[in-house]
Design a protein around this ligand. Structure first.
Ligand SMILES: *Cc1c(COP(=O)(O)O)cnc(C)c1O
Length: 391
């Protein structure tokens, strides 16, 4: 065995769908001394982290925790706790993550009814209302707020309202929205919401913030069957994050320090300021890309401030674009997933990564690699458009 010394971890600019750039403050927090998971100093950090999570989720929900695992563990937590074998659930699919939610729900033994929309479009709330009407025995409606595979922002107001009027529970994937735009947990009474640390929260991957409203907690406490997953069982996890400090599994202690610091950065900036920064920079990026000469997949009204999907121009090899951006500029962006594979490129401006420097550097680099392939990218025009938008 040949060991590489020193370890080779180059700096790269992460402008894909996640993970996103991590500030050195957060990296330093990760390297602080590991404490016992029941140590009073660690417990104090957990309590503060929980308060900070309530702040970013804009909620008073008692059950607010960081699950051990990435965003997908958040999805799995929401499903295994809210669904019992044989339950009928309605899941909205307008991209890869909605489809993943269907898979997870089916593994929980759910009978799944899907409501879908074409790739690049949001779910029509009318379609959800119809599905609710046709399936009055359904228990849960699941939906992705920020569909990272397409770049679509899903409005939730009407869907949450229709779900609650039918006495059902709404379960929301906020992996790419939390920390980058409003996630209206209490405003809409969203029953179960999960996220991940590695997108707009700007922390490395490893934890999944989850919050559950009082009705969801009632439902979980009154389950007939045990939660299918021992590891993700909120009835036990809530006893560890609560006053009792009941031992369940060893918390990833240093990851909690990292999340704590990342959330403090958010609180210092102010949530509304952070949403506005994401929005303003995204709008500048869109203007820049359009001036460069490329088309965007999603109509402006439904574009995510955190992630932009670019239609690959005719005759351009998208894999070569990504390869050149990486080898020549150390910039990472994302490819299309599922049906959109080969058809779009995905650019994330999330967390501290959402700034003018990154945008200008990206547009110039992207323009250069497109020109290499014979596409007449207007780099000057793109930079002017950004300047205009941000001035
Ligand atoms: C990234 C993502 C996930 C999965 O998160 P992982 O951290 O990759 O497990 C789930 N849902 C959405 C919308 C995402 O963007």
């Amino acid at each position: 065995m040949k060991l590489e010394k020193p370890r080779n971890v180059p700096e790269k600019l992460l402008l894909g769908p996640g993970p996103t750039p991590v500030e050195s403050r957060v990296l330093r927090a990760l390297s602080e001394p590991t404490l016992g998971h029941l140590d009073k100093n660690f417990v104090a950090i957990m309590d503060e982290t929980r308060d900070l999570l309530r702040y970013v989720f804009q909620t008073k929900n008692e059950l607010t925790v960081a699950m051990s695992g990435t965003g997908s563990a958040g999805m799995e937590t929401a499903c295994v706790n809210m669904i019992e074998r044989g339950d009928k659930v309605i899941i909205c699919t307008h991209g890869v993550f909605g489809t993943r939610m269907v898979d997870v729900a089916e593994r929980c033994g759910a009978e799944v009814v899907t409501v879908s929309a074409p790739m690049g479009k949001p779910i029509d709330p009318e379609d959800v209302a119809k599905a609710i009407k046709n399936n009055p025995d359904a228990k849960v409606v699941g939906i992705v707020h920020a569909e990272t595979s397409t770049g679509v922002l899903q409005p939730l107001d009407d869907i949450a309202k229709a779900t609650h009027e039918a006495g059902m529970f709404v379960l929301v994937d906020a992996v790419t929205s939390l920390g980058g735009m409003e996630v209206p947990v209490d405003r809409l009474g969203l029953d179960m919401v999960y996220s991940g640390t590695q997108k707009c929260l700007a922390c490395p991957p490893g934890l999944a913030p989850v919050t559950a409203g009082p009705r969801a907690v009632e439902r979980i406490k009154n389950r007939k069957q045990k939660v299918q997953s021992w590891y993700l069982d909120l009835t036990m996890i809530m006893r560890y994050w609560g006053q009792e400090r009941f031992y369940h599994h060893t918390a990833p202690v240093n990851m909690v320090y990292g999340l704590n610091e990342a959330l403090k950065i958010i609180a210092e900036e102010g949530l509304e300021n952070r949403w506005q920064r994401h929005r303003r920079n995204a709008e500048a990026l869109w203007d820049g890309l359009e001036a460069l000469g490329v088309k965007l997949l999603v109509d402006k009204e439904y574009r995510l401030p955190s992630l932009t999907s670019i239609v690959v121009p005719e005759g351009v090899d998208e894999a070569a674009v990504r390869k050149d951006l990486m080898s020549e500029y150390a910039i990472e962006i994302g490819s299309g997933l599922g049906e959109l594979k080969g058809k779009i490129l995905r650019v994330g401006l999330m967390g501290s990564g959402s700034n003018k420097e990154n945008m200008v550097f990206f547009l110039a680099a992207f323009g250069n690699v497109l020109r290499k392939q014979g596409f007449a990218a207007d780099i000057g025009g793109a930079l002017e458009a950004v300047e205009k938008k941000l001035s």
